[in-house]
Design a protein around this ligand. Structure first.
Ligand SMILES: [Ca+2]
Ligand SMILES: [Ca+2]
Ligand SMILES: [Ca+2]
Length: 469
């Protein structure tokens, strides 16, 4: 868990041994005005509250090309269809409906229905993936048998990967049966339960990557990765996993392990075949660059550095030896000695300090899209990401990737009838119009449409906004 930033200052003052170690390794703040790109937006769709209570808590919005519609979720259980014109939002499936016995645990800010992904052959009759989609959720069901244990912690809940099979994939609502469980984690702490599920949308049928499910797996939680799971290649925590959900050669026989994963043929029985990359902390969101296949992850930092990194096969992204480009010491400190000093690690392409004046006492980086379209010319060829709580939207060049630090990071702001605003300002104005107390945080998430449309989601006003030129 993150502490308020004042705590870091207090601890440093009280610990002379750490006096040389700043809480912010980036002396120059992110440029507040230089290089700002302004975009217009439209209110594309509105997600329903659940029972008139809290606003919707979406994690992602994706297009399903086989049935020509989009889907989004709410962390409490619902999956909604969203028509491509934004005019129709309808409940497709509530994975928390009692009849499924999934028992979604959505307590607090970080637990709940984390992610979902449709098999690329979802609407291809006769294909093994026909009708299939996958959900990853925290659950209050805690049976004795789990696939992945953390060897410590307090077993706060489980997280499960489930497969659902629709009979008619084009149906307005889910018409299949109860889900099949593929994988279960014993979660040692309440936080860090992400993250995203996704098939590589660029993988063509017949290619090695086609039909393989990428799965961000957080380090289990607490702070500092106290069980040292992210660097442990025998553990599925703190990793990017890649599996074949249709296959059967896993230890539990419920999914497949791709033969070209990096630790399958290393002659080491203690390294997990499911692992694609290691050294991750809380990889809640990732995205591919459609021009070159680059895969980028947003890895949420401890108390000092947030990072965007490229993920390659077998990469070690550093956590918990490194927080961004800097040696990880504790929740309160990183080392400034020998940044990016271990050649075996993959370091961020962009990173920013949590005490940056643009941010809030809490921060958490999120992907993001790589924009390779022409419809919004000012965003062409940019890697766009953001910060969840503050709702700040940032960019760097996707063609000339930076090599760490925050110097290359610039802001994207919203043109609201001639006034330049942040997302949080838009949300606050909407809250007032809704008769609600203006939110103090945005909880930003990104979505992407069939033709590269960029959608901005949040957990505070229920509005999905589309960026336009
Ligand atoms: Ca956890
Ligand atoms: Ca192995
Ligand atoms: Ca890292």
């Amino acid at each position: 868990m993150k502490c308020a930033r004042f705590l870091a200052a207090v601890v440093l003052t009280a610990s002379p041994a750490l006096a040389q170690v700043p809480t912010d390794p980036f002396p120059t703040p992110i440029a507040a005005t230089e290089g700002v790109i302004k975009v217009n937006f439209v209110e594309f769709a509105t997600l329903p509250d659940l029972g008139g209570q809290q606003p919707s808590r979406p994690m992602l919005l994706i297009d399903e090309p086989g049935t020509s519609r989009m889907f989004t979720n709410d962390m409490r259980g619902p999956i909604y269809t969203v028509s491509r014109d934004g005019k129709a939002v309808a409940l497709y499936l509530d994975i928390n409906d009692q009849k499924w016995a999934v028992n979604v645990n959505s307590s607090g800010n970080e637990r709940g229905f984390q992610s979902f992904a449709f098999h690329p052959h979802f609407n291809r009759p006769g294909a093994p993936g026909f009708g299939k989609f996958y959900t990853y959720t925290d659950t209050a069901n805690m049976p004795a048998v789990v696939d992945f244990k953390p060897n410590g912690g307090t077993h706060t809940h489980d997280a499960v990967l489930l497969e659902w099979t629709a009979k008619n994939p084009a149906g307005a609502t889910y018409d299949g049966g109860a889900p099949r469980e593929l994988m279960r984690f014993d979660q040692p702490f309440g936080n860090h339960n992400g993250g995203q599920l996704s098939f590589n949308p660029l993988a063509a049928p017949g290619s090695a990557d086609f039909g393989l499910l990428y799965m961000g797996s957080a380090d289990g939680g607490s702070g500092g990765d106290p069980l040292n799971l992210a660097q442990n290649l025998a553990s599925a925590f703190g990793k990017m996993l890649r599996i074949d959900p249709i296959g059967k050669n896993s230890a539990n026989g419920k999914y497949g392990i791709p033969k070209d994963n990096p630790y399958v043929n290393d002659n080491d029985p203690n390294t997990l075949g499911e692992i694609y990359a290691s050294g991750l902390r809380n990889p809640q969101r990732f995205a591919w660059d459609s021009r070159n296949g680059n895969l980028f992850v947003a890895d949420i930092g401890q108390n000092i550095v947030e990072e965007i990194s490229q993920i390659t096969r077998g990469a070690n992204l550093g956590w918990n030896k490194w927080e961004g480009s800097y040696g990880f010491i504790s929740r309160q400190a990183v080392s400034l000695e020998s940044p990016r000093g271990d050649a075996k690690m993959s370091y961020p392409l962009a990173e920013y300090g949590q005490v940056d004046p643009l941010l809030q006492p809490q921060s958490a980086v999120t992907m993001g899209v790589v924009y390779r379209r022409k419809e919004i010319p000012q965003l062409a060829n940019l890697l766009i990401f953001g910060d969840n709580p503050s709702g700040e939207v940032f960019y760097v060049s996707a063609d000339t990737l930076p090599t760490g630090g925050q110097d290359a990071i610039r802001r994207i702001l919203f043109n609201d009838k001639g006034e330049t605003k942040t997302l949080l300002q838009l949300i606050q104005a909407k809250n007032v119009a809704q008769g609600k107390t203006p939110s103090t945080r945005a909880d930003l998430r990104f979505g992407e449409g069939a033709n590269g449309e960029i959608f901005i989601l949040n957990k505070r006003d229920g509005v999905i906004r589309q960026l336009v030129r």
